[in-house]
Design a binder for this molecule. Sequence first.
Ligand code: SAM
Length: 212
Amino acid sequence: MDQVNRYIDSVFSKQDILLEEVVASIKENGMPSISVSPSSGKLLTLLISISGAKDVLEIGALGGYSGICLARGFGGEGTLTSLELEEKYAELANRNLSKAGFGQQVTYMTGPALQSLEQLVSEKRQFDFFFIDADKDNYENYLHACIRLAKPGALIVADNVLAGGSVAADNAMPTRYTEIMRKFNETVANHPQLESQLIPIGDGLTVSKVKE
Ligand code: SAM
């Protein structure tokens, strides 16, 4: 899996100085190096560009790597609302998005994402693309909130659904993380309002379309 991903990154995600600077800024600020992989980021850009999504919601900003990939997909015309627990992380993400030219198009909501999602529901906000990449314990809650906030035909993408490949392993004693991601994948695959597939790129992305 790692070998396949390294190959895909080397062929399809060539040098990207801006994103490399984001990665460096995350390290310099003592934050964890857990941004999406280059190829997953590129797929996010492509999915937004293909779908024509303009109102995008991200759950889990970190230093803005995926935020830049999402914003690149809608270019000058869309907006990104990004939910992040840590004030310090949202500030760095904001600086990096501004550096990338998207500062006027991004809004950060800090604090627990479940609270921010409730606020967005109460404001009757609607989005046409969602990227879930925060605490795994709440993935199912995030999925249900995204469906409530979705325009018909919206796309919902979630990262890390392969849990390092462990979801597919023949493990007699799976970790809690593996069990959470297996259950999440079952929910996504069988949800009556979703049409879904799992793309084994990076640490795995589920891509779901909310049925119209
Ligand atoms: N999407 C980012 C990227 O690829 O550039 C990486 C996100 S990182 C994997 C997960 C992020 O979720 C962290 O920045 C973390 O602070 C945030 N997070 C964790 N729990 C959260 C919560 N309950 N509400 C909002 N954000 C949370």
